[in-house]
Design a protein around this ligand. Structure first.
Ligand code: TMP
Length: 220
């Protein structure tokens, strides 16, 4: 049986990674076979790429960046995501192709058709079954990014230096995808407390995994 592919997206500072850890722990507690991963950096090669082009102060050309995210994804899809789905597992990835549309397309200004072609090449057309978009105001996200820098051991990356305008374009691009693909995309208001958000996430994911449940609520 083919597994399920779920992705978490959001602008930096949206709290998605914390939510990913929480919901995957809950699903595992229910006995489900869940694998968590991330982009970039879901494979050994991807981790080396991440360090080389993201966690660096070196100037990276926007085209090199676009292609390196795609290289990371090609490796990730081929060596980890597809084999795990073929084994019937639930794969939850912290970011995937929507991030490239939002960051490199809207953020860096690459034409949508170029981004689409590169993503198609890298993924072979593999799309998530469900995407959760953690929607937070840019102002709040920027504040969180600053406080993370002071308290977390999360590694800084080049995107941390981007402006509010950059993140507004990225957020708008995610919301446009959500409008275009309401069946796949669930937009979660991520301005509330961790616990409030967690119960929304758990409800959406549970409903998605148990579509025959009579108490279904609509995604999105
Ligand atoms: P994160 O793992 O902390 O979310 O950081 C990854 C960073 O890389 C984040 O700023 C978003 C960015 N990114 C892109 O610009 N394009 C992509 O395709 C992906 C996957 C991430």
């Amino acid at each position: 049986m083919q597994g399920k592919f779920i992705t978490f997206e959001g602008i930096d500072g949206s709290g998605k990674s914390t939510q990913l850890r929480m919901v995957s722990g809950e699903l595992r507690g229910r006995g489900l076979d869940v694998i968590t991963t991330r982009e970039p950096g879901g494979t050994p090669l991807g981790r080396r790429l991440r360090e080389a082009f993201l966690e660096t102060e070196e100037t990276v050309s926007p085209l090199a960046e676009l292609l390196l995210f795609a290289a990371d994804r090609a490796q990730h899809v081929e060596l980890l995501i597809k084999p795990s789905l073929a084994e019937g597992r639930i794969v939850i990835s912290d970011r995937y192709a929507d991030a490239t549309f939002a960051y490199q397309g809207a953020g860096r200004g690459f034409p949508e058709t170029t981004v689409k072609q590169i993503i198609e090449l890298a993924t072979g057309g593999l799309k998530p079954d469900l995407t959760l978009f953690f929607d937070i105001s840019v102002e709040k996200a920027l504040k969180r990014m600053i406080s993370h820098d002071e308290s977390d051991n999360r590694k800084k990356n080049r995107m941390d230096a981007e402006t509010g305008d950059f993140y507004s374009s990225v957020r708008d691009a995610y919301l446009r995808i959500a409008e275009k693909e309401p069946q796949r995309f669930a937009v979660i208001d991520a301005n509330g407390s961790v616990d409030e958000i967690q119960s929304k996430v758990a409800a959406i994911v549970t409903e998605f995994l148990n579509p025959q449940n009579p108490h279904r609520t609509k995604i999105g």
